[in-house]
Every structure is written in C-alpha cells, then in structure tokens.
Design a protein. Structure first.
Length: 159
C-alpha cells in the first residue's frame, strides 16, 4: 500500500502587498491542512524593445533573471524574515504568469493568489487572476488587498 502524497498549496507571488497577504493566508491554511507550501514567481524576459531605445540601457537576460530572483527574495523576506522555513519550496519560473500558474495548478490541492482591490467602479481583477479563475485545475483562493507595493521591512509571520 502506498502512502498518500502530501497536499501542496501553490502560491503565486510578485512584489505586491497583495502577494504577501496571500502568502500569509496560505501559511495558515497549510498549517491547518498539513500541506506543503510552494511559492512560484513567474517572470518573462523583455525581448521586444522599442527601436528608438538606447541599446546599452537594455538589461541582459541574466540581469532580468536576477531582478526576478530579487523580487522572489523580497516577498520571502517580507513574509518570513531572513529565511523561509523548512517545508516551503520556491520556484522562479520563466514564462507568462498565467500559463505558469495554471500549469502548477495541475498537481496542487489549492492555488492562492493575491489581488489588489479595484481602484475604480467596474474594474475587475487583473489578467493573471482572471486567467486562473477560468483555467486553474484546482480550487483557487484570491486574497484581496487594498495596499499597493511591498514593504520589506515588516515580516508577517513564520510558517
């Protein structure tokens, strides 16, 4: 008889305060479920540049990857302090966030995303959240936050 696999909660993160709020919620949910927590930060290299842009100002693919890694590290620091606790995995994935998160939802028990609260009447969730609402292959939780950008000076808790 095989052991059942531990459930996995996937959290899509970026540099927003909403992502930190989603991570904070997911930490509590993972504790309740005894689930593993997997953080995913998707990034796309900028390959199409305006023909009038100065070429020496263009970041290289490696510089863009390092910037994305810094974004992931900033969210982890904001949520956990200097180091993510044991049992929390992280992934820096190259590709459109919608596609990456939908792909990661295939073997997840739950997908958690943060969304900044709409700023005007009639405004809906952003394109990543809308795509995941349509196509995620597991239950989706959206944590709303009226806050805008990440404050990396205040950890929100430990796993």
């Amino acid at each position: 008889m095989t052991q059942p696999r531990q459930q996995r909660i996937v959290v899509g993160v970026d540099r927003s305060a909403a992502a930190v709020a989603a991570l904070q919620w997911a930490v509590a949910e993972a504790r309740l479920r005894g689930a593993a927590l997997h953080l995913v930060h998707a990034w796309e290299p900028v390959t199409h540049r305006a023909p009038y842009a100065v070429p020496h100002d263009w970041p290289t693919d490696e510089e863009q990857r390092l910037r994305a890694h810094g974004d992931l590290s900033a969210v982890i620091f904001a949520a956990f302090g200097c180091k993510a606790p044991a049992g929390v995995t992280q992934e820096l994935a190259e590709g459109p966030a919608e596609r990456v998160l939908i792909d990661r939802s295939l073997d997840a028990g739950l997908l958690v995303l943060g969304a900044i609260a709409p700023q005007s009447p009639g405004e809906t969730a952003g394109p990543v959240v809308r795509a995941c609402m349509r196509s995620a292959r597991c239950p989706l939780v959206i944590i709303s936050s009226a806050a805008g950008s990440l404050r990396a000076d205040a950890p929100v808790g430990a796993f």
